[in-house]
Design a protein around this ligand. Sequence first.
Ligand code: CA
Length: 706
Amino acid sequence: MKRISALAVTLAAVAMLAGCGEKTADIDGARIAAADKNAGEWVTHGRTYGEQRFSPLDKVNVASAGQLGLSWSFDLPEDRGVEATPLVADGVMYTTSSWSIVRAFDAKTGKLLWEFDPQVPRKTGVKACCDSVNRGVALWEGRVYVGALDGRLIALDAKTGKQVWSTVTVDQSKPYTITGAPRVIKGKVLIGNGGAEFGVRGYLSAYDARNGKMLWRFYTVPGEQTTDGAASDAAMKIARPTWNGEFWKVGGGGTVWDSMAYDPDLDLLYIGVGNGTPWNRDIRSPGGGDNLFLSSVVALKPDTGAYVWHYQTTPGESWDYTATQHIILADLTIAGKPVKALMQAPKNGFFYVIDRTNGKLISANNYVPVSWATGIDPASGRPVETPNARYGSGPALAMPGPLGGHNWQPMAFSPKTGLVYIPAQEIPFPYMQPGGANANFRYEPGAWNIGVDSLIAAMPDDQAGIKAVRASLKGRLIAWDPLTQTEKWSVKHSGPWNGGVLATAGGLVFQGSATGELAAYDAATGKKVWSFDAQTGIVAPPISYEIDGEQYIAVMAGWGGGFALTIGAGADPRSDGPRRVLVFKLGGKSKLPARPVSTRDFPALPAVTGSPAQIAAGKTTFATYCGVCHGSSAVSDFSIPDLRYSPVITDAAVFKGVVIDGDRVENGMVSFSRFIDAAKAEAVRQYLLSLAHGERDRLAAAKPRK
Ligand code: CA
């Protein structure tokens, strides 16, 4: 063994001293717990462990907000959805873009400090139901943690962006993906995953922040075995009797793909659990059952992953009504008594106030129109379902639909106003048994396995129909009083799928919109006091931080995500604008680069040669396998190619090459040869050609576009 030289020892000592001098991202539990005393920072996903997304900064306020201007911006090279919450510690901003790419910026100047690309294989993209997005990083003791889309959890050096360790958290042969932000509690990095639409078994895992060693895993739904040797074994004894049939063959679902919160005093970790695989309970669990812990909030001990309590928002989930939506912890006074509350507005349309010490329901009321239940029974905590809510005796047009009354876009709670600000939406959906009977459902590994008819839910392919759909889709920012369970005020947007929310001590609520407007509203009244044209749709939530006495407002801009891909064209988004980091301060004088002009031209379209029967067959195949990414009825928001405009459809051999042979795998378009043969591919092409001709003729007949 080589002897260590005196020089090496000296150099090491100097390096250690330098390390002590700069405490870059030296975050620990005490610092996160003290976040309200460090008002200028944003060191964990929801700013505090309680995830209120409330900034105590108040220099930007109702009176001064009009002076907000752009301080700096950074145009991202990626062109997919951007959903991240940036974190800011010690003057550095850490954020993510699509394909799990991490960047660090000087938070004052916008100078790029480093970039880390985990090189996610682009073929992973088709495993992601809802775009190749990422919602942000976690910080802990000088390191940055990111969950990569392909299921890796990666630790980076916060100073350099160099990888320290990487561990695979999923069976990569299965359709698991990670889009959520990790959280760190007492040196344990917590990460879940998604994939329930395709067929997986959900769980949350804890890893040692120092070395990536797995410490515990909590499965949210039972497996085939009575024990997994996992933290969830005892809880599965409660869950197993609520299931029927051979659900484990397709995984059962219940993924923990986004929300978590932590109460350090109670030492309880709260996780939000997703929908079942498939959505349709008649198929998933024949004979019924609540199917625990689908669509539940579950409280765990963070040291061991041991189960403490659960509250199931949608027993026997059958509509993709996940309870993975943002969880907020707050101490409220209800009927004169202090209550440790947990609040959530899950997809199912009801706003819940739950006692977070024991999981008991305090109150619930619908925050958007709801058709599947008339209310939540206060005694049992269970919904009172309407007749045919489960679409057993024919199609049921339901509100909310699978995209929810509220999706992943975070809410915010202001302790000053006592209000929760919800990025709400109204997107109805016609649920129907597949082919009119369950018997026609066939699980296909890696395909979209939802167990409901996907053709009846397809976007109409005529203009009147599309117009009618657009008119039925709504989006609002709702200020909700959790004490009275009523709406205090709301702001109407032009459509659904707008941005997450930030509340501040300056009496403001910030939210971006699908149309690219970042706005500040008076938190008490909803009056708009400032806005900025980002030139691109916004879905990510804003944050606030302070450096050298100046308050900053930051947001990631760039439209995308589940709604955008499937029926984004049903809204009126600015989906093809640049993806950006935008940072504002009072008196900011920077200017955005000019918005690139988008051109959408049809290729030279050959004649449609397919028979009506072939085109109809192509439509069915498209609705089953393609529409979830390329847009329902091939009407895309252009963040993934609108195939009506694609030269690929003009040539049978090229089209087959892409669909069957995987010629565009580097873009994320894998081969679909497991599901689609050459004849089916040609039928899809003929269907797309017929749509392209129709759209071209319609636009030619209409007034020329400006
Ligand atoms: Ca889902």
